[in-house]
Design a protein around this ligand. Structure first.
Ligand SMILES: Nc1ncnc2c1ncn2[C@@H]1O[C@H](COP(=O)(O)OP(=O)(O)OP(=O)(O)O)[C@@H](O)[C@H]1O
Ligand SMILES: [Mg+2]
Length: 214
């Protein structure tokens, strides 16, 4: 399927999934991939930071090593540069559907709104590192930070980001809302308080609308 409208200009489709820690992203990604595979297309599921062996090593540092915000921002983009070159671009060039757990919107929300990095600097890094590579569609799971914290506490031990307080995650959440306001057409916003089944029917309807699921 050719895809002349995509900013990346490749025949594949690039979908990202966003939301604060515990909002519900992982709960749906493999399920979305299965719906897309039913249409016969190649589907690549990946995540950020990470997605290649080197980027996964950078992820370990980012999640567990104390560091300054500038280092954090540059490591995020180092991992993304590697991920884009080695995995995402080749997959899109083959015509695959790429489903990525987090992408540059996370940087705006976490390092930008959460930690206070100027948006213009993130935009400059994005332009330099990614050129025109951006998701065709972004699924944003929105959930109040206190509910997300309860879900995380029940699920697993906290990493360096997950140890942040509710105020940090409310800033991140507001950062996502700002991204949506700047680019409404790219986002599908989902209310993470809804049931998993209700969310999946919205996801399925959107994937059908995009021609990616039957
Ligand atoms: N709609 C829902 N209703 C109730 N609980 C949910 C819902 N979606 C997910 N959960 C639960 O919330 C927890 C966190 O979900 P999940 O791991 O999918 O979040 P995440 O966004 O991937 O988090 P992270 O960014 O930390 O990876 C899990 O225990 C999951 O079972
Ligand atoms: Mg997850």
């Amino acid at each position: 399927m050719s895809n002349p409208d995509a900013s990346h200009g490749q025949p594949g489709r690039f979908l990202s999934v966003e939301g604060i820690d515990g909002a519900g992203k992982s709960t749906h990604i493999d399920w979305m991939a299965d719906r897309c595979r039913e249409s016969g297309r190649e589907v690549v599921v990946t995540r950020e930071p990470g997605g290649t062996p080197l980027a996964e090593r950078l992820r370990e540092l980012l999640l567990h090593e104390a560091m300054g915000i500038q280092t954090e921002l540059l490591l995020v983009f180092a991992a993304r540069s590697e991920h884009a070159a080695a995995l995402i671009r080749p997959a899109l060039a083959r015509g695959a559907i790429v489903i990525c757990d987090r992408f540059t919107d996370s940087t705006h929300a976490y390092q930008g709104e959460g930690r206070g990095v100027a948006p213009a600097w993130i935009d400059q890094l994005e332009a330099a590192v990614l050129k025109r590579l951006r998701p065709d569609r972004t699924y944003l799971f929105d959930l109040p930070a206190d509910i997300a914290a309860q879900r995380r506490a029940a699920a697993r031990a906290a990493d360096r980001f997950e140890q942040e307080d509710v105020a940090f995650f409310e800033r991140v959440r507001a950062g996502y809302a700002r991204r949506v306001a700047e680019d409404r057409g790219r986002f599908l916003c989902l209310d993470g308080r809804e049931s998993i089944d209700a969310l999946r029917s919205q996801l399925a309807a959107d994937l059908r609308r995009l021609g990616l699921a039957g």
